[in-house]
Design a protein around this ligand. Structure first.
Ligand SMILES: [Zn+2]
Length: 438
């Protein structure tokens, strides 16, 4: 199965279909529902036994217009994008000097007197993918931190490892106790430009004009497809990705790839009449990007059956290849994890430890006590295009996505066939605590 899956092109074809027939699918946009319709139809066409959808609700955020330029000392037009959930700048925009900070931490340490009346510029460069969480904190929390000190707006260096002139968007959050100011990202080369100007010792003045809207409630859906198990159909292995994307690209690597890899894996098993003992369920989540909203809705709708989830693993870090398999299971199941790791060695996947996180949406289930796996993907180029206009289908390499699909097929199959349970609830949560303490 492993060798055969490696040369199977279905995941690539599914992704070609999604990025061509739907494309960008910002949560709450009309494309959101087109993506849902695509997913339902695709799951049926792929022959999954059972296909259904579950409602997910969220407010609608819209990007209307965005513009930034340097007024002085050297006029330049900048490539800018509003961060998701940002408010608009006041009518007429914001014209102010920038104050440079190296990071969110640096902003916290900066005197309010230096920030008041300015546009804060967080110049935190993402050098390697493993620093994403730390650097992205400036994107998500920077605006409220700056606003509490009297800033008029926030501009960040894009959270991306590329040097292309395309800004990276991404969601941000406002704290209740802070005024709401507009927040935007400029491209990496434009951030370099601001730094060079600042080095000359003169004030750098920007004109920032962001128009967005947040109004109304939207109902979308988690789309779910299942291969029914032959012996324990109500126990299931959970795989999937998130169906929504940002609006700038066509969501090929984030997270069309994850949807295609996991759907492709389930379809591969079906096509080869590999009927699992436990069910294999593929969930394509609504609105991950704006706060794991589909993931939370899935948890809310299935909280009484967490113990039915045998193993959860979401694919949301690009096209792969999968480099490491990690687990988060009870000790009695480690022997099965070892067998999985042995089979996956043939795909170049190495063994990780027993401390997995199953991905953003499924992280909610892990907290609730679901056994989890992580098929860690090569991510060195993931943040080059992540959340940009460059996240398009041409970036996908068949050989990479096929390997990921093969790895998910092997994992899902072996988890569904396992003679032992992977554990759940208190037993699993207590085991985690003990491991951490040990
Ligand atoms: Zn994603």
């Amino acid at each position: 199965m492993r060798e055969h899956a490696l040369s199977d092109n279905r995941s690539y074809e599914i992704l070609e279909s999604l990025t061509t027939e739907v494309g960008a699918r910002l949560a709450g946009s009309e494309a959101d529902l087109r993506a849902v319709a695509w997913a339902e139809a695709k799951m049926r066409a792929l022959g999954l036994d059972k296909v259904w959808k579950e409602p997910v609700q969220y407010p609608v955020w819209q990007r209307l217009s965005e513009q930034a330029s340097v007024i002085s000392p050297y006029p330049h037009r900048l490539q800018v994008t509003a961060l998701g959930h940002s408010v608009s700048t006041p009518a007429g925009g914001v014209q102010a000097d920038i104050v440079h900070v190296a990071s969110l931490q640096d902003l916290k340490n900066t005197d309010a007197a230096k920030v008041r009346g300015k546009i804060v510029f967080i110049d935190h460069k993402l050098k390697k993918s493993t620093d994403y969480g730390e650097v992205a904190a400036g994107r998500s929390r920077g605006a409220s931190e700056a606003a509490r000190k009297g800033a008029l707006a926030l501009v960040i260096r894009s959270v991306g490892t590329d040097s292309h002139r395309l800004p990276h968007t991404g969601v941000m959050h406002y704290d209740e106790d802070a005024p709401r100011i507009a927040a935007a990202a400029i491209s990496n080369p434009d951030a370099d430009l601001l730094v060079r100007m600042l080095k000359r010792g003169e004030p750098v003045r920007l004109d920032l004009r962001i128009q967005t809207a947040m109004e109304g409630n939207f109902t979308s859906y988690n789309v779910i497809g299942e291969l029914r198990g032959s012996e324990q159909p109500d126990d299931y292995v959970l795989i999937g990705g998130h169906l929504d994307s940002w609006d700038l690209g066509t969501g090929a690597v984030d997270d069309g790839a994850g949807c295609a890899i996991t759907l492709g894996a389930a379809e591969f098993l079906r096509r080869h009449q590999l009927r699992p003992r436990r069910s294999i369920r593929v969930v394509l989540y609504a609105n991950e990007e704006q706060g794991l909203i589909g993931g939370r809705a899935y948890h809310a709708a299935h909280r009484h059956e967490i113990s039915r989830i045998q193993a959860a693993s979401e694919a949301d870090s690009g096209q792969g290849p999968v480099k490491t398999l990690r687990s988060d299971v009870v000790p009695a199941a480690l022997v099965v994890v070892g067998q999985m790791q042995q089979v996956l060695t043939g795909l170049g996947v190495s063994a990780g430890g027993n401390q997995a996180h199953p991905g953003p949406d499924m992280g909610v289930l892990r907290e609730a006590g679901a056994a989890s796996f992580s098929l860690d993907m090569q991510a060195d180029d993931y943040f080059d295009v992540h959340h940009t206009a460059d996240d398009t289908f041409d970036k996908i390499e068949p050989v990479r996505i096929r390997q990921s699909c093969a790895a998910f097929a092997v994992f899902a199959w072996m988890a569904a066939q396992s003679p032992v349970d992977f554990g759940s609830g208190d037993e699993l949560i207590q085991g985690r605590k003990n491991r951490t303490a040990g």
